[in-house]
Write a protein that binds this ligand. Structure first.
Ligand code: G3I
Length: 374
């Protein structure tokens, strides 16, 4: 009899547990930093009902994965297309989220016409500056007071910390950075404006970024933050590198944020870790070892990796303002298609069915331990 009562109780409690929605990331980190996700159109138009619900339940900040890039929003000189970006911003507002704009000045996903004249020759300085100004005024101006924070310049640095020779740099020189921030500030004086890049945990690039931000701020250029993209692997960067990078940027007196977090679990197809999308190697089966599921041992290693990373983020909770994941579920991550197309990657906290993974539990646990002062 007693045994029957006990098993009934166990059954009831497991049913009850099964019905409990997972705790929300945004609640677990309230008071520490915002928790964001980069969204695709299916999510912010709510066509993807399941993932839209996940976003609303879990996150209090959103970033547009692609729809606010130059190529999407301003495909031709005299044509803007705000259809998707308007829906993106409206979704954030409706759900009282912190809305990020990504990105104004980049060398990728910017149409060729921006840098060329009618004959296909590079434009002169004055023309390019005018185009940049008009683009920023139009896009930032449209969402003035509604987009809270802009990635103004994206990925301007080489791995050694020098400035990349992009078309912006070749035609305008270093002043392109100054102007981009000034135009954005003129268009929305209240918006946060950040410099955003990957691999800033590596010392040479980190020092380049520190030099850049210091130089800009010394000239009065309105850079208010730095975004560490956070495209990480299972081993790189070490937690010490992440720790050192956050400390170094916080010392500059700017807001520091993790803007594009994910952890690549697949074998490296490259010599280095970088988010340079121009690489697209051939698909080879040995590079796609988990096509039929992630072994439990790797799942647990990923959970520990996330726990370690959030341990560092929480240590810096007074300095970090936001941690944003680059995607919502493993199914929609760009890492399934880069640097090799058609792989099965597992970089986020929610699996392909939108269910929380052990890495999710590890992150929630890190938050509750930090708030308990452990
Ligand atoms: O929309 C087209 C679709 O019509 C077409 O059928 C399909 C065929 O390949 O391509 C689709 O466009 C793709 C687009 O993502 C939307 O899915 C592009 O090929 C693909 O190149 C593009 O990749 C994006 C990448 O930036 C390109 O710059 C990724 O989604 C996006 O996650 C990634 O994000 C960048 C950040 O902006 C900056 N930091 C690095 C990060 C990762 O690369």
């Amino acid at each position: 009899m007693a045994a029957t009562v006990v098993s009934l109780l166990l059954l009831t409690s497991s049913l009850w547990m099964a019905e409990q929605p997972p705790p929300a990331l945004k609640d677990a980190f309230k008071g520490s930093f915002l928790i964001g996700a980069a969204l695709n159109p299916g999510e912010f138009t709510e066509r993807n009902v399941r993932d839209a619900a996940l976003v609303k339940g879990q996150f209090d900040s959103i970033s547009p994965e692609n729809v606010l890039k130059w190529q999407s929003v301003h495909p031709a000189p005299d044509r803007y297309d705000f259809d998707l970006s308007d829906q993106y911003v409206a979704f954030g507002e409706k759900n009282h989220m912190f809305v990020v704009g990504h990105t104004l000045v980049w060398h990728q996903q910017t149409p060729k016409w921006v840098f060329e004249d009618a004959k296909g020759n590079p434009v002169d300085r004055e023309t390019l500056l005018k185009r940049m100004q008009e683009h920023i005024q139009t896009v930032v101006g449209r969402y003035k007071g509604r987009v809270n924070s802009w990635d103004v310049v994206n990925e301007a640095l080489n791995e050694d910390g020098t400035l990349r020779q992009t078309p912006w740099m070749k035609i305008l020189g270093e002043e392109y950075l100054v102007k981009a921030f000034e135009f954005a500030h003129e268009a929305d004086p209240k918006a946060d404006l950040q410099y955003n890049d990957y691999s800033l945990e590596n010392e040479a690039k980190r020092n380049g970024a520190i030099h850049l931000i210091k130089t800009l701020r010394a000239q009065g250029v309105p850079v208010t933050g730095v975004g560490l993209q956070g495209h990480y692997g299972m081993e790189w960067p070490s937690v010490d590198q992440v720790d050192a990078a956050i400390s170094a940027f916080a010392k500059l007196g700017v807001k520091v944020m993790i803007t594009e977090l994910d952890v690549d679990v697949l074998p490296s197809a490259m010599q280095y870790h970088a988010a340079d999308i121009s690489a697209n190697l051939e698909l080879r089966p040995k590079l796609n070892p988990y096509a039929n599921g992630l072994p439990d041992s790797v799942q647990q290693t990923l959970a520990r990796r996330y726990a370690d990373l959030f341990g560092v983020f929480l240590k810096h909770r007074g300095e970090l303002t936001r941690v944003t994941f680059w995607g919502v579920t493993d199914a929609s991550s760009w890492l399934n298609n880069w640097p090799v197309r058609g792989r099965t990657n597992y970089p986020l906290l929610f699996d392909r069915e939108g269910r929380p993974k052990p890495a999710f539990d590890a992150v929630i646990k890190a938050a509750s331990e930090a708030s308990a002062g452990k």
